[in-house]
Design a protein around this ligand. Sequence first.
Ligand code: R5P
Length: 317
Amino acid sequence: MSKTMKIFTGSANRAIADRICEHIGVRLGDAIVDRFADGEIRVKINEDVRGADVFVVQSTCPPVNDSIMELVLMIDAFRRASAERITAVIPYFGYARQDRKDEGRVPISAKAVANMFTSVGVDRVLCVDLHAAQLQGFFDIPVDHMYAGPVIKRYFRRKNLSGLTVVAPDVGSSKLARGYAKRLDAGLAIVDKRRVSDTDTEVMSVIGEVKGQNVLIVDDMISTAGSITQAAKTVRDLGAKGVYLAATHAVLSGSAMERLDAAAIEQLIVTDTIPIADANKRPYIKVLSVARMLGEAILRIHHAESVSRLFDDMEDD
Ligand code: R5P
């Protein structure tokens, strides 16, 4: 696209937007995104975007409803200001776990949220590790789905741990864990988890060997940390040596920090798709950035180049 590229951000994760701009070498667009006295969101784009190729960076992370509404209103503002194309860059897509009607009289919230963005005129979406890849189909516009895996795997490969087994904390994460195991030349084990409530889980059994191993438990997100800390306790009880945790999205809600603090892990590796509140920062938490990856994807989208080629390049790094 020969149009000017402009990058803006809402207030959910300004830090990653700054890092993306730094990587690309552009200035972050000037916009006001704050609140009116009554709590309503106020958006004002302070520069001309007519005919521009606009990218709006906004993780729909907690406070999730505010983050979503900011993004809706920003897209609406850009559309009405005659931007040529609007891409929502959503490093973390909230509501993604509500992606089906698993009981009567419940919404498919992830679809409703996707509808909100498309109804105000977003043209494309760029996101990272959707809870389920099928969520791409909730949008009838192009979705570029990036994976933080290469960034986390590269970090872990450099640690060069001996006797490593990658563990999926539930069956749903087994494909993700298999990819890590293959890339890290490690063994694979799967925890058979049962969800008891939205905050608690119970482990039924473990498929695979973890005794005497360094274990890396991988998941797409840590919300209340129930799933991952249950898995950590289980593998430790089964004789695992060192326990490492890795997840793309550090939602860290409810009792997550108490659970993680008590889990006696070697390290937790997450990415910057969601900012870590100061109160949740810990020496055992290592934050890796996916900003470079998103910056590269933005450049490729802008220049109409292949985004999937990026994965090959990253895995080769
Ligand atoms: C489950 O399907 C997800 O991949 C995560 O394992 C889960 O949502 C994490 O939630 P929590 O940390 O509250 O157990």
